[in-house]
Design a protein around this ligand. Structure first.
Ligand code: SAH
Ligand code: ZN
Ligand code: ZN
Ligand code: ZN
Ligand code: ZN
Length: 470
């Protein structure tokens, strides 16, 4: 395989992309709460620090939380920079101009009008990605327009809209039907009645489709997503325009209350959060956001339930395991491989690679989660969880150790199982790809020197920071 690093190089680069490794900057979360971050069109910005050769600089700056590409949002401000009143006013005006042209209420009004139209008058502009009312037709006369938009099509907006694939901001990769179906069935088997979908528009629509189709599974769903196009298809109580990197609700308090009410309904019983963030996103800000959503859910709990956790499915590549578990120690990674429709790499079948690196991280006990036997998963009674067919139980590690779905081999020098393509290197004193360079961390992590991740996803990063300070 030509791709670097065990064939997952491309993916790992994505995982480290954006502001972390490639542009040499890292997010700083311990910003002083007394100084609120300045706002960009995507809500409060995040504080970053420049990093070069693994060393942190001293001058910190604010940049957009959502857009990891300056082309999408070019906000930049040094932490200690003082702005004139005129510049602040200009920025505020700019932020307002960047908001969607229609308010949330206007979108709902338009939708209600749209569904009243006869089929022949229901049109969708592909260029503008917009449902058209008769008054709009003229303006879109020259555009590619789809006619006869049926109610069935309206219920599946993720098929009507094109996926926003720009890697660095939206990275919209939609679930393949098989994976989406699996998730919906699983949620229903586990007995959930409400699903908070954070960045999972296709899951959201499938849940609603099922709920309207069969009376038995009446699961409710609320979608939080930064993709404003979805607001054309849902009422206020089923979609909020939201930024998951800073917990920002674009439509203010009313939208926040929609979310709160949803989480706290039935004293918080029967609800789960499912999220599939862009993989290039930084794990820390996501973890901070999810902890805020958890806190919101907790507020609605009675005292004697205080030990309970909000059930979560966090869908992310397997090589983020140590990073995610650092923030959520109760999470474990399931072996289920999540497949996507429009992702060349993670698609199952002839054209895409067979093995998707994307997994589900969850705080639900894994023995409760049955993975499909017909797709080759089996139950390991020793590990008390379902695992991939090739993931064999290692008697030395006493666990099914494979992370990527291939059979891993136990190394007696390293005292652990390693990827099948690795061999033990006596110079480096650990296992690595046969053609690795023994000189050390050049291609790998600045912090610990391991070759399978970069600094930004290093499980040892917090310890090393502490060491540096001392
Ligand atoms: N597999 C999912 C889609 C995941 S793609 C499905 O099929 O339902 C990532 C999703 O997160 C996209 O819908 C994208 O619009 C959304 N997203 C990207 N950046 C975001 C942000 N900053 N805040 C909220 N949602 C975001
Ligand atoms: Zn921004
Ligand atoms: Zn082993
Ligand atoms: Zn070894
Ligand atoms: Zn490392």
């Amino acid at each position: 395989m030509a791709a670097p690093r065990d064939g997952l190089g491309a993916v790992e680069t994505e995982g480290n992309g954006g502001r972390s490794e490639s542009s040499g900057a890292e997010v700083v979360l311990s910003s002083d709460p007394a100084t609120p971050a300045p706002l960009c069109p995507h809500g409060p910005t995040l504080l970053f620090v420049k990093v070069s050769q693994g060393r942190e600089g001293t001058r910190r700056f604010y940049a957009c939380s959502a857009c990891r590409d300056r082309k999408d949002c070019n906000f930049f401000q040094w932490e200690d920079e003082k702005l004139s009143g005129a510049r602040l006013a200009a920025r505020e005006a700019y932020n307002r101009r960047c908001q969607p042209p229609l308010s949330r209420t206007q979108c709902v009004e338009r939708y209600l009008k749209f569904i009243e139209l006869p089929l022949s008058q229901r049109k969708f502009c592909q260029r503008c990605q917009q449902l058209l009312l008769p008054d709009d037709w003229e303006k879109h006369g020259e555009h590619q327009v789809v006619g006869d938009v049926s109610l069935t099509q309206l219920k599946r907006p993720s098929r009507l809209l094109y996926p926003l694939e720009n890697k660095k901001t939206n990275a919209q990769y939609l679930f393949a039907d098989r994976s989406c179906q699996f998730l919906v069935d699983l949620l229903s088997t586990l007995g959930f009645r409400r699903v908070l979908c954070v960045g999972t528009p296709r899951l959201h629509e499938l849940i609603r489709l099922k709920a309207s189709g069969d009376k038995k599974s009446n699961i409710k769903s609320l979608l939080l997503d930064i993709d404003f196009r979805y607001s054309q298809f849902y009422m206020e109580d089923s979609f909020c325009h939201y930024n998951m990197f800073n917990h920002h609700f674009f439509d203010g308090k009313a939208a926040l209350e929609v979310c709160r009410t949803f989480l706290q309904e039935d004293k918080g019983e029967g609800v789960i959060m499912v999220t599939d963030p862009p993989f290039g996103g930084l794990v820390e800000p996501l973890a901070v956001t999810f902890k805020k959503l958890i806190a919101m859910w907790k507020e609605g709990q009675s005292q004697d339930n205080s030990h309970k956790e909000l059930p979560i499915f966090w869908i992310f590549p397997y090589f983020f395991e140590s990073r995610i578990c650092q923030f959520f120690p109760s999470f474990c990674m399931l072996d289920y491989q999540v497949d996507y429709d429009n992702h060349a790499l993670y698609k199952h079948g002839k054209t895409g690679r067979k093995q998707s690196p994307v997994r589900i991280f969850t705080n639900i006990p894994p023995n409760k989660i049955i993975l499909p036997i017909e797709e080759g998963y089996r139950f390991c009674p020793l590990c008390q969880r379902y695992v991939s067919l090739e993931n064999q139980h290692c008697e030395h590690c006493n666990s099914c150790t494979s992370k990527d779905g291939r059979k891993w081999n136990h190394c007696f020098f390293c005292k652990k199982c390693v990827k099948p393509s690795w061999i033990h290197c006596s110079i480096c004193n650990h296992c690595a790809l046969p053609d690795h360079s023994c000189e050390g961390p050049k291609d790998g992590c600045f912090v610990c020197g391991e070759l399978d991740h970069k600094r930004s996803t290093c499980p040892n990063i917090s310890t090393s920071k502490k060491v540096n300070k001392e």
